[in-house]
Ligand binder design. Structure first.
Ligand code: GUN
Length: 291
């Protein structure tokens, strides 16, 4: 079993991005600028946005965090989005999800200028992804493909089972794994919360990508010997073994599943750090006008 070290790979990519920033500076060109909009005080969202801003600083990007309380109206958020669309200094921006219930995520995503949509969530960019046109790829699925590429894990002709069908991970992941590409070209099955006898499918997976959002959902009896397992989940669970009183676990029961795998991503330090570097890569693309 080999661990897929997302922390190490993401550090390598950050170094590559930092080198690019140096070249841009030397050439007197614009430094990429990412804006993150955070509405409310969801603790997970706060952590994600803080990591995104910190990572921008690490590679030398400009970053701005815009925070609003959760009593902001939908109209006010739409106004903020309009201003960001018009601001030439902003190359790309994200509106952290989930949004408070009184704000329609769909309306907000539709209002984002697709050229600045570095999350790749606007339906126009989703359509470009599905039809194989160059665009911003959603950060988590793109980060997972990058891990497969950097570990040279053979995927062509393999059976990839994706558990989860969210717009952020499961659905775009299934699209990326089925497209014609060196680190894709899989036969893909999507399972979700309504799938019956899910084990029948997971046991047939050469590559199992789990993004369901249930701690330790995948157990050893569900995984084939030699499978590649990618765990997108991240959950805080109480623990009496740590100082903080909690530890992070994924959607996969790592302890029992890992010995059966050819490769597996740990939690933390697997997929998570890759999500952020994909966002940075998209921001660089945006600043270079490559999409
Ligand atoms: N919420 C969870 N993941 C993401 C993400 O990648 N982008 C945004 N905007 N919100 C999220």
């Amino acid at each position: 079993m080999e661990l897929i070290d997302g922390k190490k790979i993401s550090a390598e990519i950050k170094q590559e991005l930092a080198n690019e920033v140096c070249l841009l500076k030397e050439a007197g060109q614009k430094i990429p600028h990412l804006v993150a909009v955070l509405v409310g005080s969801d603790p997970a969202s706060e952590t994600y946005v803080a990591s995104k801003v910190k990572s921008c600083q690490e590679v030398g990007f400009k970053s701005t965090e815009m925070r609003y309380s959760d009593d902001i109206t939908e109209e006010q958020v739409l106004e903020i989005v309009k201003k960001l669309n018009e601001d030439d200094d902003v190359d790309g921006y994200i509106v952290q999800l989930p949004l408070p219930k009184h704000i329609s995520e769909q309306k907000i995503l539709l209002a984002i200028d697709p050229n600045k949509d570095v999350d790749g969530f606007h339906p126009y960019n989703v359509g470009k992804m599905v039809t194989g046109l160059p665009t911003y790829l959603p950060a988590t699925p793109a980060g997972i493909v990058e891990l497969l590429r950097r570990y040279k894990i053979q995927t062509q002709g393999k059976h990839c089972v994706v558990i989860g069908r969210s717009n952020i991970v499961g659905t775009p992941m299934s699209v990326l794994m089925s497209r014609k590409d060196e680190y894709a070209d899989c036969t893909v099955t999507i399972c979700h919360s309504r799938t019956q006898n899910i084990k029948e499918y997971t046991l047939k997976a050469d590559i199992l990508i789990v993004a369901l959002g249930i701690p330790h959902f995948v157990t050893a009896d569900m995984v084939r010997e030699g499978a590649v397992v990618v765990d997108v989940g991240i959950h805080r669970v109480p623990s009496d073994k740590t100082k903080s009183g909690f530890r992070l676990v994924g959607d996969v029961d790592f302890e029992t599943v890992a010995p059966k795998c050819s490769y597996i991503t740990p939690v933390p330090g697997g997929v998570g750090p890759m999500t952020i570097v994909s966002l940075l890569q998209n921001t660089l693309k945006a600043s270079k006008g490559l999409v």
